[in-house]
Design a protein around this ligand. Structure first.
Ligand SMILES: [Zn+2]
Length: 214
């Protein structure tokens, strides 16, 4: 009797688990279909992992690392959005940026390079879905503020502000073009003024569009 009773319990537990798994898979598949922001041509269909790859010697420090690792927080903390960036790790050997085949599927890599803009994000995607992304921070001719302090010297650009902006692009966000002046401008406006850190924090336009896409 005991054996028979135990077997029945396990059978019930098995099918209950299977039912839960099926319901969970269905809900996972439904979630991406909620995308409805005109600022996002494409979106991820699952959370993305972000990593730090090759950095110029001047960026191989804990300040750069912590700037990257904190830049996803404003997006992850946006209420109503399911999408999250998950910290992956470091791989200094990753030296190629922007190539669809050099970045593992489902991942975002952050590194530095000699580029013209402050930062650059390049996305690889299918017709509807983002597959990989790379974020490059310019390592030439800039004075970067890499401290967590929000007091940014007047001649410096705040690295963390740039990275919050680039993570927005990595999620599929295009530039916001209205309200882009003064100290309450959205983070997804295209310019980052020197001596400021307010673009570390998302404005309502950033949050609303992100939540609409995810
Ligand atoms: Zn941009």
């Amino acid at each position: 009797m005991m054996d028979s009773y135990t077997y029945s319990s396990r059978t019930i537990a098995f099918w209950a688990t299977m039912l839960f798994a099926i319901v969970f898979m269905i809900s996972m598949n439904i979630t991406p279909a909620q995308a409805s922001s005109s600022f996002f041509a494409k979106t991820w269909d699952a959370d993305a992992t972000f990593n730090i790859g090759h950095r110029h010697a001047g960026f191989r420090n804990s300040s750069f690392n912590s700037s990257v690792q904190s830049a996803d927080n404003p997006w992850d903390n946006t209420s109503g959005a399911w999408f999250d960036f998950n910290w992956g790790g470091y791989d200094q050997s990753v030296t190629t940026w922007g190539g669809c085949t050099t970045v593992p599927s489902g991942e975002i890599w952050v590194g530095t390079g000699a580029i013209s803009p402050l930062g650059l994000e390049s996305t690889c995607a299918t017709s509807t879905t983002i597959v990989t992304s790379t974020i490059t921070v310019d390592r030439t001719g800039r004075t970067w503020h890499m401290s967590s302090s929000t007091s940014v010297p007047s001649g410096s650009h705040d690295l963390r502000s740039l990275l919050v902006h680039e993570f927005g692009h990595a999620a599929g966000f295009a530039h916001i073009t209205s309200g882009c002046s003064g100290t309450s401008r959205p983070t997804m406006c295209s310019t980052l003024p020197k001596g400021t850190s307010y673009m570390r924090t998302l404005q309502s336009a950033d949050k609303t569009e992100f939540a609409a896409a995810y």
